[in-house]
Design a protein. Structure first.
Length: 130
């Protein structure tokens, strides 16, 4: 079976405390724009700390089928998306200042957005990757 093509929004988490990828972190992706209220997805980072594909949080009628489908619903206007990283569960309760990290950003249909997160228990940095 061929690997699925990556979604238009991907992320990568690196643990700056260990200098290694942050594997097995729960990440959610949500479209915040009104025209796409059903756009909620989830994933777990792989062994390289990456998420290339998202699964809908809800199944059944009315649930979003894919990130691409939601982006088509938003049309030509930029849409607002939010990534939420489960940093508290990753580090363990009381071992980080950040129970979760939320990043909100704009997305235009037809472009790819890669959002790296450089994460430590007391600080984080992010940027738009390639």
């Amino acid at each position: 079976m061929a690997a699925r093509e990556r979604d238009p929004i991907t992320c990568h988490v690196l643990d700056t405390m260990t200098g290694r990828p942050a594997a097995h972190m729960i990440v959610t992706l949500t479209c915040q724009s009104q025209q796409a209220s059903a756009g909620a997805f989830c994933a777990v980072t792989n062994s390289d700390g990456r998420v290339a594909n998202w699964e809908p949080e809800q199944q059944g009628e009315g649930a979003a089928q894919s990130v691409e489908q939601i982006l088509k619903m938003t049309g030509d206007r930029p849409s607002v998306w939010k990534l939420k990283f489960g940093t508290g569960a990753y580090y363990g309760e009381g071992k980080t200042f950040w129970p979760e990290v939320e990043l909100t950003f704009y997305v235009k249909q037809g472009e790819h957005y890669h959002v790296p997160l450089l994460l430590g228990p007391w600080s984080y940095t992010t940027y738009r990757g390639s």
